[in-house]
Unconditional design. Structure first.
Lengths: 279, 318, 145, 652
């Protein structure tokens, strides 16, 4: 299903003339287990990616908010902490790399909303997702800790984008709350609880699907929806779709291209009237 | 009473100072009646040996024009110092470096490259540069060594008086010579033949609104002859320059270039003019100020046109 | 090779600090025991507008490696607009110093309010560092010769 | 004459001596030209220290003195006085600061000592060129300007007026009283704010020595200590203060009601109104924005019903100039805008209110006549009070607002007293430093209030179970229990912090006051001169300097008054002689300087052809000195020679 994110993001970007070039020999950003076990190593992994991007003289665009936060943190710390900078550059040097702090880290959502903008996006829409009630879900990492992209607590960027493609973003107070993240593996009880809150909130506000920007959130919401229903005796059926999938749909790509049938909680019912036209 | 002995010398300068003395015209005849001119290479043929043969301090006063830019200039300065009771730095070059001192914004190597290699009119296929010594079959030939940094006369030898100007105006020259003949002299180190106040004091143009909102160069406009140059945006060195010349350039509708040098209370003419000029910029925001500052052409050449050698910094870094 | 403290180049920086903001701010840095390199020797003036560009030239020509002029933030001048005159002179001076070949890091105009002790310390620190990496100016001995 | 210079290197206990080798510096000084005495001493500012200097002046015939110790801002006057006592002109003394800008900033003894030598060297070379100067004395105008009619300004005004001096009290709002007039009870004694404030307000209104200029502000303030001119803008009230008796007819008859600012928009007022019944002055004001006559050109009901013909729609803004010798700035504070903390939902959830809104709710003459009610009119069954909103938070204000803990306790008490609601206090730390404050906290602990230690994370209406349905849920970690609590309540009161006023920068410019990092006005010394500013004759009082409670504000108002009175009683003020002078023989009349002076102290004398400086107007910035291309202007005690000597010494 993460392939769907990859594919749809590339399709949408190409259509919007965002020139994405895959980073040569990139590595993990360090967000996963590294950062909680050995923070410095995580930043070093990020610094390596940044260093490669700098050579290309390009901004670094990512679709995963965890990558985004880790890379941004590394950038911030490098700018602010001299000792940290020294350690990182020594380590990079041993791999014949250097990094001068010149790379801007961007999330694709931010690029589409702020750089591409309303007119361009709207002009690409072939099939308005009119009436589709979507819960815009940002997750916890896009705006935290720096709040440079949008408001830390109540971001609006995705809401705005959804309205550009004709969808109807519903009020979703938990839009920047935790999905449970990696706790699914260590403390399932807690994670399922958090997950349930999200689904509850989306359902109560009448959402037909949840728009996501984070692969981990996405996975938790759809993979564990059955477990939530079992544990709490609920009956949720709320599909999760990447924002790029929804955009692609509005832009007229086929559901196969967008990987729309690959989700575990089927979006058939929710997307019925739009899919016919698209495929 | 024997007539006082007088000498003139010409070092690194254009020769204008010599002309200034000729400008005395018939007065020169009166002068020569009152003094014996014992050394004047511009007029009479003299050899170094003639000068060297004179007893020390046998010349009463030497008027020395030109800056010190090569070893010959320096040699003559030292020699004349030895032979003269009083040594006068005559003209802007001797006084403060003058136009030759603008060479201090570059280097000997660059000057040579430009003069002997790069200029389109130079025909020097072998790229030969001047050598202080060269062996020819007749023997060794020498020319003076060209210095990297131009100096004023008083940075080379002790100087008794200064007569500024490029060149000093005739009227003042005549007064100065009279002063020497009469022996009516102020304390050593004084500036003669110039005013104690700035040129503005004798400039007849009206000064009303002290603000500069843009910089205009002389070729871009014909200035209003009644109005202060600065108020028309033309950089005029008058406020920071000694008067005494009678504001002749301003009468010709040209701004003062500063040849009479700094005022008595001022050490660095260019620095002071820079401060005065910038102070009256009509700009408040940093961007506007930057724009105005950027429009001032060649700050060193403008503010130190005649006084770079005498300035605090003296030259640029190489 | 380990370079000892005594052999390290210690830039000599002349500081012109206005009495109301920068000098008080520098005092505050001391009172707060903020540590920074002691390379700026302060000269107290009432306003940065008192700083004649000639003083800067004098300092550089006399052996200073750098000059710091620090005053009140624009708009906060105790004398309403003295610091605006300072900006005007400084901008033009900067152009001329550039012609003289004096690196722009050596002469700085900075704004430090009476409450910005930390800021003052950081300015001195960065300035000292930058000049240290440029090396000594030695105008009298190296340039004029 | 060869000068005889004495140099004194102070150890300042260990403050200087710890990082600076004072003996070595003294030894170095002795080797400098014309230095005949150089000593190091433990505390030079002490009596024996000063005696030592005086003795040396008398016995060794010193003609110049340098003391290297703390900042001149600290002890320059002390030593100048000592030098003068021994018969030397005080300006022949020079201070070298080797503490604040030397010993305290370095831990490297070698570098600090080198630096101290440079500083002392510069002072020694400079002092050679110091000249004896006479201090000019000018008469002190005994009138006083006070800006801001809150409790601090009121206190200062009454203190000064009672001593027989004239006070101009300028207040921006239609009435004096400030924030205190809007409070219900005051902590920790719980006496009613109005009961203690209104008598003072009335005194101000009736005092023969106080000219109350309400609905006005100061737009310009020029001059120097003893002789200031303040330009005051009087905004039109459209009601003649002379004629109006404050009967209130107009208010009753006015047909238009709008939200009352005084009641934080919780209640209504008329388009012609007094913010509250006990307003001083009692003259109402017409709100031009809403008044039907001004907006639609009809109505004039107030004019018709006014028995005194006091309504005047033709009134215009006017400016008056008043002459004063000193000023007290007591412009107060702004409350933190709670809507900035999005996660607390202020502005989104109707029953999340600020502490000031609560004050109006609980106030007997407020919009609910003192009833604590929810927006739907019901009485809350549970109330949460959230501390530190906008304070102690790197996202907003780093500082502690000082008053919130105590007023939050007061709020809890009032809720408990007036309702049966359960009260939760969410605090980070309980700050109860003040007379009777800790006791008040103890009392509240016994009043069945639940205290939860930890910053509130969010206030949400997303319920997780049925007990949370329809409630506001306060989510906070209880750091004493290490658990996250979710407390459902009916009403949340945000204890908002205090901030520098939005117009503080403007006021700072008008009065040339510096501001500290947080935007509040900067005092001359945080401990020793808390109500003085860097500008002579200009004082600050109350919360414009930093958050303060009522007792502290009153104390500062009185302190500022005492400072002003002491200044007035001296009858004369001394002016710093560091003014600029023009040497007429050198001035060539280029007029470069004329337009540069912000005080118009430089004029041009056409007959003689040179510029002239009016000494009393010159403030000594030195801008003209630096600009004069003839070097004809010099600034006393900051001459080109003195400053160049310092430069040369440092660069040597």
């Amino acid at each position: 299903m993460n392939k769907a994110y990859d594919r749809s993001a590339r399709l949408v970007s190409r259509l919007l003339n965002i020139d994405l070039a895959e980073l040569d020999d990139w590595n993990c950003c360090g967000a996963s287990a590294y950062i909680s076990i050995h923070e410095l190593k995580a930043h070093l992994l990020s610094a390596r990616n940044l260093s490669i991007a700098e050579k290309k003289k390009k901004d670094l665009v990512v679709v995963c908010p965890a990558c985004f936060t880790t890379l941004s943190k590394t950038n911030h710390y490098l700018a602010e902490d001299r000792k940290f900078r020294r350690t990182i550059s020594t380590a990079l040097k041993s791999a014949n790399l250097e990094y001068w702090g010149g790379v801007k880290v961007r999330h694709l959502l931010d690029v589409i909303v702020k750089d591409i903008g309303e007119n361009e996006v709207k002009s690409r829409v072939k099939r308005k997702l009119s009436g589709l009630r979507v819960a815009p879900y940002y997750g916890c990492q896009l705006t935290r800790p720096f709040g440079e992209v949008d408001d830390t607590q109540f971001p609006m960027m995705l809401d705005t984008l959804l309205s550009w493609i004709g969808a109807q973003p519903v009020s979703f107070p938990l839009k920047a709350k935790c999905c449970g993240g990696l706790l699914m593996m260590t403390s399932e009880e807690v994670a399922l609880g958090l997950n349930k809150n999200l689904l509850d909130c989306a359902a109560q506000n009448g959402a037909e699907c949840i728009a996501t920007i984070c692969p981990l959130c996405h996975m938790n919401i759809e993979t564990y929806q059955g477990d939530v229903n079992k544990r709490f005796g609920t009956n949720f059926h709320i599909p999760a779709l990447y924002f790029t999938q929804l955009m692609g749909l509005a832009f007229g790509f086929s559901r196969k291209e967008l990987g729309i049938d690959e989700e575990m909680v089927s979006s058939r019912v929710a997307l019925e009237k739009y899919l016919e036209a698209a495929s | 009473m024997p007539k006082p002995k007088m000498a003139f010398n010409w070092a690194s300068s254009c020769g204008g100072c010599e002309i200034a003395i000729f400008e005395l015209g018939t007065k020169l005849v009166d002068v020569s009646k009152k003094v014996d001119i014992v050394f004047w290479p511009a007029i009479f043929d003299y050899k170094y040996s003639d000068l060297e043969a004179m007893p020390d301090k046998s010349i009463d006063v030497t008027f020395f024009n030109g800056a010190i830019q090569n070893s010959e200039n320096e040699h003559m300065a030292r020699l004349l110092r030895e032979k003269s009771k009083l040594l006068v730095a005559f003209g802007a070059c001797a006084h403060s470096g003058g136009i030759p001192a603008l060479a201090n914004t570059t280097t000997r190597d660059q000057i040579f490259t430009s003069s002997y290699k790069d200029t389109p009119t130079t025909d020097n296929p072998e790229k030969v540069l001047p050598q202080t010594r060269v062996q020819v079959k007749e023997g060794e030939l020498t020319i003076p060594e060209f210095y990297n940094t131009v100096k004023t006369l008083d940075q080379t030898v002790d100087v008794d008086y200064y007569v500024p100007g490029c060149p000093p105006v005739g009227e003042q020259v005549s007064k100065v010579i009279d002063q020497f003949v009469a022996g009516d002299l102020p304390p050593k180190g004084s500036v003669l033949g110039a005013s104690q106040k700035s040129l503005c004091h004798e400039c007849k143009r009206t000064k009303t609104n002290r603000k500069i909102s843009k910089i205009v160069r002389t070729f871009q406009t014909i200035p209003d002859p009644e109005k202060c140059m600065l108020e028309q945006g033309i950089i005029c060195m008058g406020p920071a320059t000694r008067g005494g010349c009678g504001a002749v350039c301003l009468d010709a509708n040209m701004p003062c270039r500063g040849c009479y040098g700094p005022l008595p209370n001022v050490v660095d003419q260019g620095g002071k003019m820079l401060s005065a000029l910038a102070s009256i910029f009509d700009a408040e925001s940093e961007e506007d100020i930057q724009k105005l500052a950027d429009s001032v052409p060649d700050p060193i050449g403008t503010f130190y046109r005649f006084s770079l050698a005498r300035s605090l910094m003296r030259r640029t870094k190489q | 090779m380990v370079i000892g403290l005594s052999t390290r180049f210690e830039p000599k920086i002349v500081g012109f600090l206005c009495r109301w903001c920068a000098y008080t701010g520098a005092d505050l840095a001391g009172t707060s025991r903020i540590k920074y390199p002691p390379n700026v020797t302060p000269i107290r003036v009432n306003c940065s507008g008192r700083v004649d560009p000639t003083f800067v030239l004098k300092a550089l020509a006399s052996g200073a490696d750098g000059v710091l002029i620090a005053g009140c933030h624009p708009g906060d001048c105790h004398y309403t607009s003295g610091n605006v005159k300072t900006i005007r002179r400084f901008k033009l001076l900067q152009r001329m110093l550039n012609q003289f070949g004096v690196e722009k890091e050596r002469v700085r105009l900075e704004w430090v309010s009476a409450s910005e002790g930390e800021r003052y310390a950081r300015i001195v620190e960065s300035m000292t560092k930058e000049i240290r990496s440029l090396g000594p100016l030695e105008w009298k001995t190296k340039v004029e010769a | 004459m060869v000068e005889k210079i004495g140099v004194y290197i102070c150890h300042c206990g260990t403050n200087i001596a710890r990082t600076v080798d004072c003996k070595a510096v003294a030894g170095y000084a002795l080797g400098l030209p014309n230095v005949v005495v150089a000593r190091d001493y433990l505390y030079t500012c002490s009596d024996p220290g000063q005696e030592m200097i005086k003795n040396d002046i008398r016995e060794s015939g010193l003609t110049r003195v340098v003391v290297a110790s703390c900042s001149p801002l600290m002890h320059e006057t002390t030593f100048r006085r000592a030098v003068a006592d021994a018969g030397l002109n005080p300006f022949l003394f020079q201070m070298a600061n080797i503490r604040e800008q030397c010993s305290w900033i370095s831990e490297n003894r070698e570098l600090a000592t080198t630096r101290a030598k440079a500083i002392v060297g510069a002072a020694v070379m400079r002092v050679e060129f110091n000249e004896p100067l006479e201090v000019q004395k000018v008469p002190m105008n005994p009138n006083v300007l006070i800006v801001g009619g809150g409790i601090a300004g009121i206190e200062a005004a009454l203190q000064i007026a009672d001593s027989g001096k004239r006070v101009y009290l300028v207040e921006k709002e239609p009435t004096i009283g400030g924030y205190m007039a809007r409070f219900d009870k005051t902590f920790p004694t719980l006496d009613c704010a109005a009961c203690i404030l209104t008598p003072k307000m009335v005194s101000v209104g009736q005092h023969p020595n106080i000219e109350l200029l309400s609905y006005s502000d100061v737009t310009d303030f020029s001059g120097y200590v003893g002789n200031f001119t303040a330009r005051i803008r009087r905004r039109p009230r459209y009601v003649d203060e002379e004629k109006c008796t404050g009967c209130g007819q107009c208010e009753q008859k006015c047909p238009l009601s709008v939200l009352s600012e005084f009641d934080c928009g919780l209640g209504k007022r008329k388009a012609i109104y007094r913010p509250f019944p006990q307003a001083v002055p009692s003259t109402p004001v017409i709100d031009r924005e809403h008044c039907l006559f001004f907006t639609k050109g009809v109505c004039r009901v107030c004019e018709k019903f006014c028995p005194r013909g006091a309504i005047n729609f033709e009134q215009k803004e006017r400016f008056i100039d008043v002459q004063v010798g000193s000023a007290i700035i007591a412009t107060g504070f702004d409350l933190f805008d709670a809507s900035r903390v999005k996660e607390y939902g202020y502005g989104k959830f109707p029953n999340v209110i600020t502490s000031l809104e609560f004050e109006r709710l609980t106030h007997a003459s407020g919009p609910t006549v003192g009833k604590i009610v929810l927006k739907n009119g019901r009485t809350p069954e549970s109330v949460a009070v959230v501390h530190c909103v906008g304070s102690r938070d790197n996202n907003y204000n780093e500082y502690c607002s000082r008053v919130c803990c105590m007023y939050s306790l007061k709020i809890a008490h009032l809720v408990r007293e007036k309702t049966d609601a359960k009260v939760y206090e969410f605090y980070i730390d309980m700050r109860a430093a003040g007379k009777g404050y800790e006791e008040f906290y103890k009392r509240l602990l016994r009043e069945d209030v639940t205290f939860s230690r930890g910053r509130v994370a969010e206030i949400t209406d997303v319920a997780q179970n049925s007990s949370e349905n329809g409630k506001l849920i306060v989510v906070a970690e209880d750091t004493l229990l290490s658990i996250v609590k979710r407390i459902p309540v009916d009403m949340v009161i945000l204890s908002v912090g205090l901030e520098a006023r939005r117009d503080a920068l403007q006021v700072a410019h008008i009065f040339r006051i510096s501001r500290s990092k947080d935007g509040f006005f900067l005092e001359k010394h945080p401990k020793l001169a808390p109500v003085s500013t860097a500008g002579d004759g200009i004082f600050i009082a109350g919360s414009c300097q930093g958050p303060k409670d009522i007792p502290d504000s009153v104390a500062q108002g009185a302190a500022a008054a005492a400072n002003v009175l002491s200044l007035i009683d001296r009858k004369e003020v001394e002016l710093e002689p560091t003014i600029a002078l023009i040497d007429e023989d050198s001035c060539s009349g280029c007029k470069i300087c004329i337009g540069l002076c912000p005080y118009n102290a430089i004029s041009f004398d056409e007959p003689s052809g040179h510029a002239v400086i009016t000494g009393a107007l010159c403030k000594g910035c030195g801008v003209c000195v630096a600009a004069c291309p003839s070097g004809a202007i010099e600034q006393q005690n900051f001459t080109n020679r003195q400053l160049t000597a310092e430069v040369e010494a440092i660069c040597a």
